[in-house]
Design a protein around this ligand. Structure first.
Ligand code: DX5
Ligand code: ZN
Length: 223
């Protein structure tokens, strides 16, 4: 049975009251929290690190937390993110000097492992790593900032990847990140996405519960 997860990206949350704001979207029905880590090198923006994640766990945020690393040299961050309470750790292949070893490291520290693929990057050369993956993240904007427009060509990429993994690696979750909103989420889910990351479309919504429940009721048609 098809399962969908709504994953608000806290890049668009109110940082002055982060724990409370995250609890609000979870109470409204969000399934997991997407935690965008940027280092101002791999992407031209700077966000937050493992100490913020640890504070959220201390604040009793208990949902799965999906850490999306957009940083150079990922390996040194993996043990500390795992210790801080990450459930999923996803990285961009070009930020690792040895993709297999980075995936092994994520597993060794007890987290689920994902690879993130930029809109213009082909997935073919990554297929050899699929047997180690719990998740594949398809970027539908160029990484770095919230509030960008979904790149339409990614829809076919989602469809093609879903066709492939459903037959060969049925347990891999397909996550899509960037420019998802109330108008396009259904098409993206229908193309094959399991995890829908949404920053501005959720945190800037007037009513979190109405927005999330509307999407969940539509998604239940696809289950
Ligand atoms: C972009 C981030 C996304 C971003 C999504 O680099 O990885 O998670 O916050 O924001 P929206 O949903 O506003 O495009
Ligand atoms: Zn992200």
């Amino acid at each position: 049975m098809k399962k969908f997860f709504i994953a608000p990206s806290i890049l668009s949350a109110d940082f002055a009251r982060l724990g409370e704001n995250i609890q609000e979207v979870l109470d409204a029905g969000a399934d997991m929290i997407h935690f965008d880590v940027m280092d101002n090198h791999y992407v031209p923006n700077l966000t937050f690190g493992p100490m913020v994640l640890q504070s959220l766990r201390k604040y009793k945020i208990s949902s799965p937390i999906d850490v999306h690393l957009m940083v150079n040299s990922v390996d040194s961050l993996i043990p500390v993110f795992a210790a801080s309470g990450a459930d999923f750790i996803t990285f961009h292949p070009e930020t690792s000097s040895n993709i297999n070893e980075t995936l092994n490291l994520i597993k060794k520290y007890g987290c689920k492992a994902g690879l993130a693929v930029n809109p213009d990057t082909s997935i073919d050369h990554l297929k050899r790593f699929f047997n180690k993956l719990d998740l594949i993240l398809l970027m539908s904007v160029n990484p770095g900032f919230p509030g960008q427009k979904f790149i339409p060509s990614v829809l076919n990429k989602i469809y093609q990847l879903n066709q492939y993994i459903r037959n060969v690696f049925p347990n891999i979750l397909l996550e899509v990140d960037g420019g998802i909103n109330i108008n396009n989420f259904y098409d993206i889910a229908q193309a094959g996405a399991n995890i829908l990351v949404m920053g501005s479309a959720i945190f800037y919504a007037a009513d979190y519960r109405k927005t999330i429940q509307f999407m969940k009721s539509k998604l239940s048609i696809l289950c």
